[in-house]
Structure formats: structure tokens, C-alpha cells
Design a protein around this ligand. Structure first.
Ligand code: ASP
Length: 414
């Protein structure tokens, strides 16, 4: 056990060193960005591909095994309801903070020459189609296309069925738990490559964007990062202190390795195992974390919501468009849905920004304004995304423990 602890610490340190070295190498390679793009980035891409490969089995098996371990549909319902309410509530808060930050900073946003912009936005669906698409029409397609919301629905149905079938499903319970352990192991193996992966991902980002960051987009980046901080410090601190029953300091101290990993990998799903370990250290229950965290890594994206709010204001300002209160409310609603639909992989949030912009008639070309530095937005928003998930795990664990204690006290009294 002791030895394992040492290894964990050293992996976090290795990742941090890789991050610093990657930034340094990126700065040195600024004039040779093609070398960084052509030779270093592909190695980072291998690492990302491995993360994408493991996403589906991890989410499928960890949610199923999380549900099964609760053994009781009522308990799943109680944890599920608390989780979803917390996720929706904090995401709405995040968008409001993002919009407020954008409005405060609006005066500082540069007027950018917008005539030559060209960004081909991916097709986005109307809201009702988005909802219909959550439900799978095929057993294999969601797995092979990594359509994560459909994978979650599959996991929920199968998990509930296993509980309802009862004793007859005992072999399946064993199988699901054992596959869960196996895929977690595969994930651990992939994570051992993370220092190399992190170096190779961050270096080309800095080599390509280094100068641009200091340029005209600095203000919108600054606005987003201030909002990220405000959301984490205010919303999560208050939430873990008042409902989670732990001090914000303990929370952030244990959360740090996951935050560093999220910052450098820009992937919520890739950060899952580190996040789970961090939450367990803070005292969250394993059956809660194995349900709440994979769900959060797929549907709870507060950082992405903040980014979408700030960018919507920024793009509107660049085009000289004044947003009406009705448009702002529409942004709050669509950004909540868009952040739910965002996959926990690098760059996904920018694709979903198209949905937010088109809902209020802002020009999609505006995405080109922020696309060049998207990775820098992404690093910060992923940190917020996974920290939100962790705060939920701590809170739901505490609430469930209190509920169990109340029940036990009642039983004793009667
Ligand atoms: N990269 C983010 C994440 O994994 C998603 C996004 O692009 O906003 O959480």
C-alpha cells in the first residue's frame, strides 16, 4: 500500500515536470513550429487515441458496476437525483459567471477585423433532436461511435436490470465487476505514459500559440481564466464546505494531481482514474465515486459552460452585436445543453460552441476568432470540469452518509 502511494505521488510529479519541460520546449520551438507539429504532436496524438479507445469501456463498466454495487434501485435513484440536480445547478451558475465575466470585460475586448474569417462549423442539431439522440436505437453503434450519452443510457438500463433480476444475475455481476477492474488496469497502463503524452501535447500548443497568447486574444483568455477561478474558489469551496463537510483547503490539496493532469491532457475522461483516487482520499465512498465521476466526466462541464458564455459575449462584441436579455437567457439554456453534450476529450467544447452561437443567431464564423487558442481555453475548462465532478462526489457521499446515519438512529430509537 505504502509503495503504491509513493508511485502515485511520483506520477503526479512526473506529469508536472513534463508540463514545465513541454512549455519550455514549446517556447524554444516557436520558430520551428512545424517540427513541433510534425514530429512531437503525433506522439501526443497516440496518447490521446489511447485515451479515446478506453473511454467507452470505462464509462460503460464503471457506471454499471457503480449502480450494481448499490444493490438497491432506490439508492441509485437517490444518488442519481442528487448528482443530476447538483450538476445542473452548478452548470447554470457557471454560465452566469461566464456571461457576467464576458460583460465586465467587454470594454477591453479588441475590435477585430472580421471580414475574412472562415470557420466551417460542424452541423449542430436542434434541441429536440439532441434530446432524442440521447436514446440509442442500436446496441453496437453507441459503443463503436463513442456516443457517450447513449452509452450512459445503456449502462443505466443494464445496471438496473441486473439489480431487478437479482440472484440469477450473479454471474453477470461478477463479470461486470471483473471487466471493470480489467479496464481500469488498462487505463492505469495508459496513464503511465502520461508524462510523455503531456510533454508531446503541450509543446506544440505553446510552439504554435505562444506569441498569439500575448497578442489580441489575451483579454478574452484572461476573462475566461478569471471566471474559471471565481467559479472554483466561490462555488465549489462553498459547496464542499457547507454540504460536503470538508474544508476547501483539504479539497483542493487532494484535487491538485487531478487538476494538473486535466490541465495538461485537456481530457476529463482521461483524468477519471486520478480523479477517483483523489476523491477517495478525501473520504468519498467508492460506490458513489464510481457512479458520479464517470457520469460527470461525460455530462458535467462547468468549465466548458463558462467558456461558452465568455466566448459568446466576446464574439458578439467583435461583430458589434448587442445581445438582448432574451438572447442571454437563450444562451444560458443552450450552453447548459451544449455542455452536457460535450464529450470529455480535447477540443469538444469548441464544436459545441457552434450550437450556442446559432441558437441566438450569432455568426458561426466568429469561432475562427477563438479557434487558434482553443487549446489554452481547453486546458483551464477541463480543470474546472473535473473539479466540479469531484466536488459532487464529496457532497453526495456526505449526504448519503448522513442519510444512512439518520436511518440507523431511527431504527435504534424504535
Ligand atoms: N476538453 C474538455 C474536457 O474534457 C471538454 C471541452 O472541450 O470543453 O472536459
Amino acid at each position: 500500500m505504502e509503495e503504491k502511494k509513493k508511485f502515485k505521488l511520483s506520477l503526479a510529479t512526473q506529469i508536472f515536470i513534463a508540463l514545465v519541460l513541454g512549455i519550455g520546449a514549446g517556447l524554444l520551438l516557436q520558430n520551428y513550429a512545424d517540427i513541433a507539429q510534425g514530429y512531437i504532436k503525433p506522439i501526443g496524438t497516440i496518447f490521446l487515441n489511447l485515451l479515446k479507445f478506453i473511454v467507452v469501456p470505462i464509462v460503460l463498466f464503471s457506471i454499471m458496476s457503480g449502480i450494481i454495487s448499490m444493490r438497491d434501485i432506490k439508492k441509485v435513484g437517490s444518488i442519481g437525483a442528487k448528482t443530476v440536480i447538483y450538476y445542473l445547478f452548478t452548470t447554470a451558475f457557471a454560465i452566469v459567471i461566464g456571461l457576467a465575466g464576458g460583460l465586465i470585460f467587454k470594454g477591453f475586448f479588441p475590435t477585430i477585423e472580421t471580414s475574412e474569417l472562415n470557420y466551417q462549423a460542424a452541423e449542430t442539431n436542434p434541441i429536440m433532436d439532441t434530446i432524442v439522440n440521447i436514446f440509442p436505437s442500436n446496441f453496437i453503434a453507441p459503443l463503436s461511435n463513442a456516443t457517450m450519452l447513449q452509452v450512459i443510457v445503456m449502462a443505466l438500463f443494464i445496471g438496473f436490470a441486473v439489480i431487478l433480476v437479482g440472484d440469477k444475475a450473479a454471474p453477470a455481476v461478477k463479470g461486470i465487476n471483473s471487466f471493470n477492474d480489467i479496464f481500469m488496469k488498462v487505463m492505469e497502463m495508459i496513464l503511465k505514459l502520461s508524462p510523455v503524452g503531456v510533454f508531446c501535447l503541450i509543446c506544440p500548443v505553446i510552439a504554435v500559440n505562444g506569441a498569439a497568447v500575448l497578442g489580441s486574444l489575451a483579454m478574452v483568455l484572461l476573462a475566461a481564466y478569471i471566471c474559471y477561478f471565481v467559479h472554483m474558489i466561490v462555488v465549489y469551496s462553498i459547496a464542499v464546505k457547507t454540504i460536503g463537510g470538508i474544508s476547501p483547503l483539504t479539497f483542493f490539496k487532494n484535487q491538485l494531481p487531478a487538476m494538473i493532469f486535466a490541465f495538461s491532457s485537456s481530457s476529463s475522461v482521461g483524468t477519471l482514474p486520478i480523479n477517483m483516487k483523489g476523491c477517495e482520499k478525501m473520504g468519498a465512498d467508492k460506490d458513489v465515486t464510481s457512479f458520479v465521476l464517470p457520469l460527470g466526466a461525460t455530462i458535467n462541464m462547468d468549465g466548458t459552460a463558462i467558456y461558452q458564455g465568455v466566448c459568446a459575449i466576446f464574439i458578439a462584441a467583435c461583430y458589434g452585436i448587442e445581445l438582448t436579455p432574451a438572447q442571454i437567457i437563450t444562451i444560458v439554456l443552450t450552453a447548459t445543453l451544449a455542455s452536457i453534450g460535450t464529450a470529455g476529450v480535447p477540443g469538444a467544447g469548441m464544436v459545441m460552441l457552434a450550437m450556442v452561437l446559432s441558437s441566438v443567431g450569432l455568426p458561426l464564423d466568429g469561432i475562427a476568432l477563438v479557434a487558434g487558442v482553443d487549446r489554452i481555453f481547453d486546458m483551464g475548462r477541463t480543470v474546472v470540469n473535473i473539479t466540479g465532478d469531484a466536488s459532487c462526489a464529496v457532497i453526495v457521499s456526505n449526504l448519503e452518509r448522513k442519510k444512512a446515519a439518520r436511518k440507523a438512529a431511527k431504527k435504534n430509537a424504535s
